[in-house]
Design a protein around this ligand. Structure first.
Ligand code: NAP
Length: 340
């Protein structure tokens, strides 16, 4: 793999920092790394492979033809402002926000599922929401042989999915609550310590939140399955790392739990951790800092003959975000899709 000039917008954030650690652990060759953020983090020093890198403030002039790869990991507004500029400079832009996910000119890629969609990129590649990725990774091996028809999902999402400030918010709220005080940090829609909040992002007119709508639309785009019906309920819970979800799925033809297990087990990145006899199933604590989608509680859906129900847990910062980005870079490099 060639060594690239890489710029990370949001390089001081929770996903940006994990991205650096993965570049290192996966031995991605890097020629020159730049870290950009807002004025808040400008001047901070981050060490990467023994080199001290000073975080710079992002401006429209930050983007030059020198950047082979620009990873936008900041916010939807920042992506809308900066992605077209980086794209115009000929950089390979990977966007972690929701800004371009449903843009028909932008591939939305999980390499294990639709790596071939990278071939038609026009400079920007989008990253799925951190709840969509594990769900479709677990469903895809069945969908390939027996098309997915309908999914009902309830999520139990860690605060890390909302960024570094939300992690700190849970820490401070928990300490205050244990001392008998209610001091909402304002990082979630309600106080999150010792609570569960069924609102992530804003509500749309149909009563679903934008997070729930993202799960539905992105699932259809990644699986190339425009008619799949998805109903999601996304809930923030007071865990730090690791998104969990409970999934009920129906396919065109009945599927047995044994067949679903066999197909999931054959999928890279998906691991069954499922033995009710041993009370074995995954929890968020089992995935923090890992790249796997762990699946447990796989069983027949007793409300729908031929359907299945399961529980799955993934680290949102890793496979839900940074790991997938590094895999996209590796795959795009392998296919010769990054400008040199
Ligand atoms: N956390 C997850 O699990 C996850 C998963 C999938 C996708 N994402 C997406 O990834 C992106 C980053 O999320 P995060 O969790 O890493 O958030 P975070 O911890 O809050 O970090 C955000 C970073 O972006 C920078 N930033 C914000 N607005 C900016 C702007 N206008 N210009 C330049 N830099 C800006 C911040 O700068 P300062 O350091 O100066 O404040 C910070 O470094 C978001 O789009 C998020 O939706 C997150």
């Amino acid at each position: 793999m060639d060594a690239y000039n890489i710029s990370v917008i949001g390089g001081a954030g929770i996903v940006g920092r994990e991205f650096l650690s993965l570049l290192d652990s996966r031995k991605v060759p890097v020629k020159r790394l730049r870290l950009l953020a807002t004025a808040r983090s400008a001047g901070k020093v981050v060490e990467f492979r023994g080199e001290k890198i000073t975080v710079e403030e992002t401006t429209e002039a930050s983007f030059t033809r020198d950047d082979d790869i620009v990873f936008l990991s900041a916010s939807g507004a920042a992506s809308k402002q900066y992605a077209p500029i980086a794209q115009a400079q000929g950089s390979f832009v990977i966007d972690d926000s929701s800004a371009y996910r449903m843009d028909p000119a932008v591939p939305l890629v999980i390499p294990e599922i639709n790596a071939a969609d990278l071939e038609w990129h026009q400079g920007i590649v989008s990253q799925p929401n951190c709840t969509t990725t594990p769900m479709v990774l677990a469903l895809n091996p069945i969908h390939r042989v027996n098309p997915l028809k309908r999914v009902v999902v309830s999520t139990y999402q860690a605060v890390a999915g909302a960024g570094a400030a939300a992690v700190e918010g849970l820490r401070t709220e928990s300490a205050a609550a244990l001392a008998g005080r209610h001091e909402p940090s304002g990082t979630q829609k309600r106080e999150i310590a010792f609570n569960a909040v069924p609102q992530i992002d804003l509500f749309a007119e149909d009563g679903y939140t934008k997070e729930e709508i993202k799960m539905a639309n992105e699932t259809r785009k990644i699986l190339h399955a425009p008619d799949v019906a998805v109903s999601a309920t996304c809930v923030r819970i007071p865990t730090f790392f690791g998104h969990a979800m409970s999934v009920w799925a129906e396919f065109e033809n009945p599927v047995s739990p044994a067949e679903a297990r066999r197909l999931m087990e054959s999928t890279p990145g998906v691991r069954l951790m499922d033995d009710p006899g041993q009370e074995l199933y995954p929890t968020p604590m089992d995935v923090a800092g890992t790249d796997e989608v762990l699946v447990g509680r796989l069983r027949a859906d007793t409300s729908l003959p031929g359907g299945i129900a399961f529980w799955t847990v993934t680290d949102s910062i890793r496979k839900g975000a940074a790991t997938n980005v590094v895999q996209v870079i590796e795959e795009a490099a392998r296919r010769g899709l990054i400008r040199r």
